[in-house]
Design a protein around this ligand. Structure first.
Ligand code: NAD
Length: 376
């Protein structure tokens, strides 16, 4: 089949959906690959490397997709591009279907199959295709490293002839994929690390990383995990208890990284202005949930806010793109694991429509919106 690799058009997106390594594998499997000029530039993958891997190049996204059976992208490109594609062809990427229904409608209208990678079911078989996990893992790492860079002091304990520096205290709120990596990173850097979550399963995970778990462990906590492994929206009573516990803890922290999300809802506010007022000058809050409304009151998307009492609130967007080379490598490998599900034995493009991974990811097919999550 013919595979096209897009140059990303969304704002400051620096990632690319295929690397020279994955292109080499596609070519070895007998596929034709066309990569848009400059697609990998921001992720350190020059055009020459793709050529060496066996790809041809195209000057624009529109020309690259014209004859492609499947288009690989990070964020889906613009809706106009969909009309330049062949009817029946597919595009894959983080398509943000819940917030971007116009894109889904445009894909249906163009007769294109749109595969939203964030909708791939999080089942064991699909772990190698799990873009959400591969990218969140890097975000969690980067949040701690950048938080440490902005925090003007050392993280580990240092005993020197000139005296002792006490270790920094880092608190991770939300222990999903990003939170776990944030804990591991904070520990590696020598900080005294604590973490909280509403899902009981995280307690053991936090302990296994050598951090201390802090949470309101009442009856509601014991039932806070959905069958899908995600957090439930907690009651107002629970949130009040959680805030009380958090307030006294946060006042003593140097860096707080928040990652708490609830599927289909705004992120819960976990750190209020009142709590921030009790923090020491120079402390840093890194809000990874800022794109979904934020866990920290006063966090601004894309900005670093300094409060009156000298606390910095980091609201960077698109953390994986800040590590474009590694993030692209992982994203590209996730896609390489996904592609066999749309490939027939003879190498032609033929999605396995009865496969639950394909059914989970497919938003549109033959001019219609087919995804159960969107229809439901
Ligand atoms: P997420 O991004 O949806 O949320 C991040 C974390 O925030 C979660 O741990 C959640 O419990 C927590 N949270 C929500 N509300 C909170 C609150 N009020 N206070 C504190 N914490 C709060 O999570 P994720 O990283 O996508 O992971 C969610 C689950 O999916 C985890 O159980 C993870 O292990 C699981 N998972 C499974 C697979 C797989 O089986 N293939 C792959 C990846 C993740």
């Amino acid at each position: 089949m013919k595979i096209a690799v897009l140059k990303e058009v969304a704002g400051a997106e620096a990632r690319v959906a295929a690397t020279p390594d994955t292109v080499k594998a596609y070519v070895a499997a007998g596929h034709d690959v066309v990569v848009v000029k400059g697609a990998g530039d921001k992720a350190t993958f020059a055009d020459a490397l793709y050529k060496e891997a066996g790809a041809t190049t195209a000057t624009t996204n529109a020309t690259a997709v014209k004859t492609a059976d499947i288009v690989l992208s990070v964020t889906g490109g613009d809706t106009k591009l969909l009309t330049a594609m062949k009817k029946g062809a597919a595009i894959t990427g983080l398509l943000n279907p819940t917030d971007n229904p116009k894109y889904v409608a445009a894909a249906a209208k163009a007769g294109v199959t749109a595969f939203a990678l964030e909708y791939i079911p999080r089942i064991s078989r699909a772990q190698s295709m799990d873009v959400l996990s591969s990218q969140s893992n890097l975000s969690g790492y980067r949040a701690v490293v950048e938080g440490a860079g902005i925090y003007g002091r050392a993280l580990p304990m240092m005993m020197t002839a000139a005296g002792t520096i006490a270790p920094a205290k880092i608190f991770i709120m939300g222990v999903g994929v990003a939170g776990l990596q944030a804990i591991a990173t904070a520990r590696r850097l020598g900080a005294v690390t604590t973490a909280t979550d509403v899902r009981p399963a995280t307690k053991e995970q936090v302990a296994s990383l050598g951090a201390k778990f802090i949470a309101v462990e009442n009856e509601e906590f014991k039932a806070a995990e959905t069958a899908g492994g995600y957090a439930k929206q907690m009651s107002a009573e629970y949130q009040a208890l959680q805030a009380e516990l958090t307030a006294s803890h946060i006042a003593k922290q140097d860096i707080v990284v928040t990652t708490a999300l609830i599927p289909g809802r705004d992120a819960p506010i976990l750190v209020t202005k009142k709590m921030i007022d009790t923090m020491r000058p120079g402390s840093v809050l890194v809000d990874l949930a800022v794109e979904r409304g934020g866990n920290v009151e006063g966090a601004k998307p894309g900005e670093i806010v300094t409060t009156k009492n000298g606390v910095q609130i980091v609201g960077h967007l698109n953390w994986p793109s800040r590590m474009a080379s590694d993030a692209s490598n992982m994203f590209a490998r996730n896609l390489k694991a996904f592609l066999p599900l749309v490939t027939a034995e003879d190498g032609s493009f033929a999605p396995d429509w009865v496969d639950e991974v394909i059914q989970g990811a497919a938003l549109t097919r033959d001019g219609a919106i087919v995804n159960a999550r969107l229809k439901g």
